[in-house]
Design a protein around this ligand. Structure first.
Ligand code: HSE
Length: 340
């Protein structure tokens, strides 16, 4: 399977490391012989080799000077879209930065790849939150898959869970902690760190978006509840349709007041049915310490899914990070032959 990696930051590099580490097991257990034939990154440059790029040398060269183009003999004179439109591949893996308002440039990359008959795997929340139904139809029209497990809870497989594993259940509510950065910041602030230092740590650990406003203003969680509304509830919502409050109002004084009441602040995303309508919202809430979501700390995420078959079930796992999000793309590559 020939792959194009579009966007080679934290997530793309996390996937490359997994492809190296698991190369033999992927061939042996899943018949997945992955060959990366092109990598394009807005800042680090573009490289192509139809025989397959040597991923260990690519990562070493990047670590040495931060530029892909110094890998000898592979330089590609063009950007991401040129690569998608001219280099032959079976799947395009999109991990450029998320712009939740415009969905670009990722949506352009996704459309171009689907139109060329490539499967698309993305962790980018923009195209999924804004154009899920259109892109799913476009993929079906070209006989390929549009997959995005990593768009919600990184590699914790919540989208596969609601779409496939819970088949036959009716879901009436999903709520939980959907943003790793803000959960990490709130956890660190409770431990006494100030907001700026906690945010800087979340950035250094690879949890935050390229522009962390999306995390702290709640837009990232809003994109994820929108994706859940559309994928799990069959709704047709856009992020701007739902209310969104953020954590920037949560001061150390408010955290102390909550602690004195036996409570703790969490940024909660929620999707639910109201009659025929599907509603979504994001807002900070102070939860009793006995609440199941109150004990979820750091960049860990958690979702409680309320169904007619099992009652409530809760899934807890990593919501951000290099290896966890890189892994989400591996899940999609392995499952590409499944249900559209
Ligand atoms: N910035 C996101 C978060 C990354 O902190 O949850 C995963 O979508």
């Amino acid at each position: 399977m020939r792959l194009l990696l579009i966007g080679f930051g934290t997530v793309g590099q996390g996937l490359a490391e997994l492809l190296i580490e698991k190369r033999d097991a992927l061939v042996r257990d899943y018949g997945l012989n992955a060959r990366v034939v092109g990598i394009a990154d807005m800042l680090k440059g573009s490289i192509v080799d139809p025989r397959g790029l040597p991923l260990d040398r690519v990562l070493a060269s990047l670590a040495a000077d931060g530029d892909l183009r110094h890998l000898s003999g592979a330089r590609f004179e063009g950007g991401a879209l040129d690569m998608i439109q001219t280099v032959d591949a079976d799947a395009m893996l999109e991990a450029t930065y998320t712009d939740i308002k415009t969905g670009q440039p990722a949506t352009g990359h996704v459309r171009a790849a689907l139109e060329r008959g490539m499967h698309v795997v993305t962790t980018n929340k923009g195209p999924v939150a804004l154009h899920y139904h259109e892109l799913r139809r476009l993929a079906a029209a070209h006989g390929v898959r549009f997959l995005f497990e990593g768009a919600v809870m990184s590699g914790t497989p919540v989208l596969n869970l609601v779409r496939t594993t819970l088949a036959g259940s009716s879901i009436h509510e999903i709520q939980g902690i959907l943003n790793g950065t803000t959960n990490y910041i709130l956890t660190q602030m409770e431990a006494g760190l100030d907001y700026g230092a906690a945010l800087a740590q979340a950035q250094a650990l690879g949890y935050a978006e390229a522009v962390p406003d999306a995390d702290v203003l709640g837009w990232d969680a809003l994109a994820k509840v929108t994706i859940l509304a559309n994928v799990a509830f069959g709704a047709d919502l856009r992020p701007a349709d739902s209310p969104c409050l953020c954590i920037t109002e949560i001061t150390p004084a408010k955290i102390d007041e909550a602690r004195a009441r036996g409570q703790r602040y969490k940024l909660i995303g929620r999707v639910w049915r109201e009659g025929e309508a599907v509603k979504a919202a994001v807002a900070p809430q102070s939860l009793d310490l006995s609440h199941p979501l109150a004990g979820v700390s750091g960049a860990t995420n958690a979702l409680t899914i309320s169904t007619d078959t099992l009652g409530d079930m809760t899934i807890i796992g990593p919501g951000a990070g290099r290896r966890a999000t890189g892994f989400s793309m591996l899940i999609d590559l392995i499952h590409r032959g499944g249900r559209p």
